[in-house]
Structures are given as structure tokens and as C-alpha cells.
Design a protein around this ligand. Structure first.
Ligand code: SF4
Length: 63
């Protein structure tokens, strides 16, 4: 599984980070810092929760 972030959509709500702090790293202004990342086995549920929590739909999950 992989997650990708759309920086044009991100508005810095930090809900992704709140659900999966080890995966969705934020920059100093609270916007998502990663572009694309493989999800470590065992972190899939947290990755999906973080993506679903984003009010801007800025995170895509690719199985
Ligand atoms: S929840 Fe969405 S809008 Fe908020 S920081 Fe994460 S990606 Fe950006």
C-alpha cells in the first residue's frame, strides 16, 4: 500500500497527522510534508483513517 498527498488541496487541518503521526509528517506550518510514501505493514488501518479524516480529501490511498 502507498499513500500520496495533493499539496494543492492540503489546508493544514492536521487530521491526517492526528490519526497516523508516524506516517503523515507535517511541515512547520502544519501542512503535509510528504509527497508519496509506502505504508509499513501493520500501519494500513492508521493510514486509511488518516486519509479518511482529511476534510480536503488531499490524501489518496493506493492498494
Ligand atoms: S488532514 Fe488533509 S488538509 Fe489537513 S494536513 Fe492532512 S492532508 Fe493537509
Amino acid at each position: 500500500m502507498k499513500v500520496t498527498a495533493d499539496h494543492d488541496r492540503c489546508q493544514g487541518h492536521a487530521q491526517c497527522f492526528a490519526n497516523a503521526p508516524g506516517l503523515y509528517l507535517l511541515d512547520d506550518d502544519g501542512y503535509i510534508a510528504m509527497d508519496s510514501q509506502e505504508v509499513t505493514p501493520g500501519d494500513e488501518d492508521a493510514a486509511r483513517r488518516g486519509a479518511a479524516a482529511c476534510p480536503e480529501r488531499a490524501i489518496s490511498v493506493i492498494d
